[in-house]
Design a protein around this ligand. Structure first.
Ligand code: GDP
Ligand code: MN
Length: 376
């Protein structure tokens, strides 16, 4: 889960990371009031859950009320990467002298948390990684979730050359590490981390992402969720105990088990098709789940065929078959179903389906082949 900059700044403030003061506004009158309190110049920052707002014209420094109103309206009318701007963060402008990049994220390959730091901040870090990889430095954190200050202070000299400045970075990073582990984050990023005219260190932007699978431990974080950015199908799936991810292709699929579901997507691609979704109905064989899964899949008008791929262990194939027929009766759709099931109560399932005129395929490959053919 991703949150807005102003929300992330709130977490930073609570964690003791220095940030610029400010507040979020929906109308230009609200923005005027906030600016009146802060004093000009202020920065207007579009709150959309995507990066590159600066480049898109979503960040503007304004020096008086007249400029504020003009730029507020301009930003309000922007659509940044498909998202309309609804809220604008109004913050006291910083006198920026130098911009750094500092973040903590997960290195999925190593399975460790890693600090990424660069003295080339402010700009797109992915771009820097391509053009000047030597500018990006990585520092792996210990498994005990603590920052080893001795090891870190040796490392940080590479980025923060000035020793006095470096000492100011230490508590910032310590607070970031604490936030990262306490709130089960997948990313805590400051870009840019700024040195201002007084030589003070300030986080001028904040990006925090959370591990969805750990959200149940953090009701306070769940409350920050902006529903406008959520895929309603994915949320509905989650509420019904299904793991669903929408994709771009035409072959819909319902599979039991995440591993088999991923293998199914691979085989669909291998045989020349494109999957319309990932869907794991999980281990139990509640017929209701098949019904709910089909409801969600059928909403995607791009879907031209639906593959049911079941490996019956705990899941009983006959339950799946009954669920399918019930769903077909209730939902009345004419998209062809391709069924491959094997394992527990396979024979009963095939009989149930045969009686209803639904044929089944003995192997995954044959089933996928048919689903891909029907989608073309
Ligand atoms: P992003 O483009 O979505 O990453 O948004 P940022 O919050 O990082 O802002 C983009 C850029 O705007 C920063 O790298 C700064 O150069 C500039 N910027 C942001 N805040 C201020 C500020 O308070 N004063 C000045 N002068 N520039 C700012
Ligand atoms: Mn930024």
């Amino acid at each position: 889960m991703n949150i807005h900059e102003y929300q992330a700044i709130g977490l930073f403030r609570a964690a003791g990371i220095p940030v610029s003061s400010g507040d979020v506004a929906v109308t230009s009158d609200e923005a005027k009031k906030i600016a009146g309190r802060l004093g000009f110049p202020v920065v207007l920052k579009a709150q959309v859950l995507t990066g590159g707002r600066g480049k898109a014209g979503g960040i503007k420094v304004v020096k008086d009320e007249r400029e504020l109103v003009k730029q507020f309206t301009a930003i309000k009318n922007l659509t940044i990467k498909g998202y309309a701007v609804e809220r604008i963060f109004v913050v006291k402008a910083l006198d920026i002298r130098k911009e750094f990049y500092l973040a903590i994220t997960v290195d999925a390959v190593k399975g460790d948390a890693v600090v990424i730091a660069s003295s080339a901040g402010g700009v797109d870090i992915e771009e820097t990684a391509k053009t000047e990889p030597e500018q990006i430095h990585k520092f792996y954190l210990e498994r005990n979730a603590q920052l080893d200050m001795k090891r870190w202070s040796g490392f940080r000299k590479k980025i923060f050359k000035d020793e006095k400045m470096g000492k100011e970075v230490d508590p910032v990073l310590q607070a970031m590490v604490k936030l990262f582990f306490e709130k089960d984050c997948s990313l805590v990023e400051i870009n840019p981390l700024v040195i201002d005219g007084q030589g003070k260190l300030i986080a001028a932007d904040a990006k925090v992402n959370f591990d969805d699978n750990a959200l149940f431990r953090h009701p306070d974080i769940q409350d920050l969720r902006d529903m406008k950015y959520e895929d309603t199908d994915e949320l509905e799936a989650k509420e019904n105990g299904l793991s669903f991810v929408k994709l771009d292709g035409k072959v819909g699929c319902i599979v039991n088990g995440a591993g088999l579901a991923m293998a199914t997507l691979d085989v669909i691609k291998l045989l020349g098709g494109e999957p319309a979704n990932f869907l794991d109905v999980g281990g139990s064989s509640n017929p209701e789940k098949v019904l709910n899964a089909l409801k969600i899949i059928l909403r995607n008008k791009k879907t031209k065929s639906i593959l049911i791929n079941i490996f019956g262990g705990i899941t009983r194939c006959d339950d799946i078959a009954n669920g399918l027929l019930e769903a077909r009766k209730q939902l009345k759709f004419d998209i062809p179903l391709v069924v491959r099931l094997t394992g527990t109560n396979e024979k009963e399932a095939k009989e149930i389906l045969a009686r209803a005129g639904v044929s089944t395929f003995p192997t995954m490959r044959e089933g996928v082949q048919q689903a891909v053919k029907l989608a073309k």
